[in-house]
Ligand binder design. Structure first.
Ligand SMILES: [Zn+2]
Length: 432
């Protein structure tokens, strides 16, 4: 069935959707999933079945319908040829300093019996929570870890270019995080890379888990890099040079073929539940969780002081909703919150954001780091995403006892990330 065959639903009155919904309403009907809160403007592209259920919810249902012990056996057979490569690592695991990655390393090392090389690309906006988690992962699992830190000067130039060119402050990290593990695998002749999830599948149901899709240059280009390659950024306003973007270049097909590198997603073989895995990591391994501005989730991206502040503010401007919607959709799909409660919680966060303009302190830290001011940032937002419509006056939805209990059920092991006033560049000390 075509998307246009479905009777459009009205845009919700809440959640700061007025501007984008109004702007886009003239282009195509607004459709929102009958189960979760995603709509047909989702950047990964959603489709809807004849009942109005989105492709993300349809794929999510596989988490309860598939035989996951059989799927884990498939994974064991898949990794068997890579096991115990004497004198070399069995696989690369790209990691970040969040609780979820404890689970990834636990599965790969302890359940699958592989000897992994952990590879981290430095976001340069590290929180203490993120640094503690990286330390803790290395110590807990006794693994070698390779941390790639791009020249801070080149990284800043890259950031200036991506922000001014297409309004992204996350592109430089995503480019490095998605390519550096692949480059390491090629350089060290390690033919297997183990990623946790394929985000377009988790959110938008791009593939069935039974498709067992693997990492591809094309998916990285279209979904992680928003169709911009590093080479295109050379000699822009920020005067980037070829050598500044080398870290972000994907290996050639010939290099990949020579090593036989493939990248698999654990979520195709385990019913991935990032919240449950994170909570287990806190309890079992002492992983750190921290409060974030803009959402109730205390595990997702708490390693990165820019992701949950500036990036989230840009997301609200661009899509009309913040990261909190991603968390609420996941919780609705797992049946841990009702849709009604989720709408109320999203509305509360949207109201708070529109009153304060987002986490000002963390935004100012970023402006200082980049060498720009708030007016320049707002000008760029207007330029890329159109003028922000004033939000109609309205009361934030009152939080019910059930909603409050849900929000409080997320663990917090340390101070919220907005309490921090500097970025940690490397380990325990260097700041930028
Ligand atoms: Zn849905």
């Amino acid at each position: 069935m075509l998307v246009n065959d479905i009777v459009p639903t009205l845009a919700p009155e809440s959640a700061g959707l007025h501007h984008r919904a109004t702007t886009l309403a003239t282009q195509r009907p607004y459709l929102q999933c009958r189960a979760c809160l995603y709509d047909n403007r989702h950047p990964f592209g959603l489709t809807f079945d004849e009942t109005g259920l989105c492709s993300g919810c349809t794929t999510h249902a596989e988490k309860t319908s598939l035989d996951w012990s059989a799927r884990f056996s498939l994974l064991e057979r898949l990794v068997q040829p890579y096991r115990q490569r004497k004198g070399n690592y069995d696989c690369v695991i790209p990691i970040r300093g969040t609780a979820e990655y404890f689970h990834v390393v636990d599965v790969v090392k302890n359940q699958l019996g592989l000897n992994p090389l952990l590879v981290a690309f430095n976001s340069q906006f590290n929180s203490t929570t993120g640094i503690q988690n990286l330390d803790q992962i290395r110590d807990t699992f006794d693994c070698d870890i390779l941390l790639k830190t791009q020249s801070p000067l080149a990284y800043r130039k890259l950031m200036r270019e991506t922000l001014s060119r297409f309004g992204s402050v996350h592109w430089p990290f995503l480019a490095g995080h998605t390519v550096w593990p692949v480059r390491v695998a090629v350089q060290h002749n390690i033919p297997l890379i183990v990623w946790p999830v394929h985000q377009p599948t988790e959110q938008a149901g791009m593939f069935s888990y039974q498709d067992e899709n693997e990492m591809t240059r094309r998916s990285r280009h279209e979904h992680d890099l928003m169709r911009f390659e590093a080479q295109e950024l050379v000699s822009g306003e920020a005067l980037l040079r070829e050598e500044d973007v080398l870290t972000s270049l994907y290996p050639s097909d010939r290099e990949l073929a020579a090593t036989g590198v493939r990248g698999i997603y654990l979520a195709n073989y385990l019913p991935w539940d990032t919240r449950r895995y994170s909570e287990q990591a806190v309890a079992k391994f002492g992983a750190q969780a921290a409060g974030c501005p803009g959402t109730f989730d205390t595990y997702d991206h708490v390693d990165n002081l820019v992701y949950m502040s500036v990036h989230d503010a840009i997301k609200r401007r661009k899509l009309g909703y913040g990261r909190v919607r991603d968390h609420l959709c996941r919780e609705i799909r797992f049946g841990r919150i009702s849709r009604v409660d989720a709408v109320a919680i999203e509305s509360t966060y949207a109201q708070a954001f529109s009153e304060t303009g987002g986490p000002g302190h963390l935004k100012q830290m970023f402006f200082n780091w980049l060498g720009m001011n708030a007016q320049g940032f707002e000008w760029l937002m207007d330029y890329h995403f159109g003028l922000a419509a004033p939000r109609p006056p309205g009361e934030a939805a009152a939080t019910s006892v059930g909603q409050a209990a849900f929000l409080a059920s997320y663990q917090r092991t340390g101070p919220a990330i907005e309490m921090q006033d500097n970025y940690i560049l490397i380990g325990k000390g260097l700041e930028v």
